[in-house]
Design a protein around this ligand. Structure first.
Ligand SMILES: [Zn+2]
Length: 175
């Protein structure tokens, strides 16, 4: 069930995601909170940090654990714009986070109900409540426009390198 803090925290996660997009990162933002209190927040920084584990959720969980001085995030919720992947869902279980609230589903890596359901797997030693679809349209639109813009840039780069190759061929023929 969604509560009013969930929407506000997702708004903040969307802001963080939009900032990441501006820095060339896949736009995903995450906030760890308890009640109305933000304990940690982060955006995806995989390119900046050259780190495959630098997902928004992992960094937000680390920040919250640092703020609380404990690895146990009992009673905390994490809001994230995109459904967590297996790594991040595993981190949520390990951190004993109580609830995960996500926006858009991830058909390629989603591990909170789409491809698998690590957060609600009864074989694991901790389970989370999963709330999905919060501001989902905005979360998905951010990703869609990011990838569309990146395709445009790549197409422009290909067109440009094609032109310079043609120019080189012309110059090597002496024309
Ligand atoms: Zn992840």
């Amino acid at each position: 069930m969604t509560d009013s803090a969930d929407i506000r925290m997702m708004e903040r996660a969307l802001e963080l995601a939009a900032q990441a997009a501006g820095a060339g990162e896949v736009p995903v933002g995450a906030v760890v909170y308890r009640g109305d209190e933000v304990l940690g927040e982060a955006a995806n920084a995989r390119e900046r940090d050259a780190d495959p584990t630098a997902h928004a959720e992992i960094a937000a969980i680390r920040a919250a654990a640092g703020a609380l001085g404990t690895w146990r995030l009992d009673g905390c919720s994490l809001a994230v714009t995109l459904e967590p992947c297996p790594m991040c869902a595993g981190a949520l279980v390990n951190a004993r986070v109580a609830r995960v609230v996500f926006g858009a589903r991830d058909p390629k890596a989603g591990a909170c109900g789409t491809l698998m359901d690590i957060c609600r797997d009864a074989r694991l030693n901790h389970r989370l409540d999963v709330v999905e679809g919060v501001l989902a349209d905005r979360c998905a639109a951010l990703l869609t426009s990011f990838f569309a813009a990146r395709r445009d840039v790549q197409a422009a780069a290909r067109a440009e390198s094609g032109m310079s190759r043609r120019a080189q061929r012309r110059s090597s023929r002496g024309t």
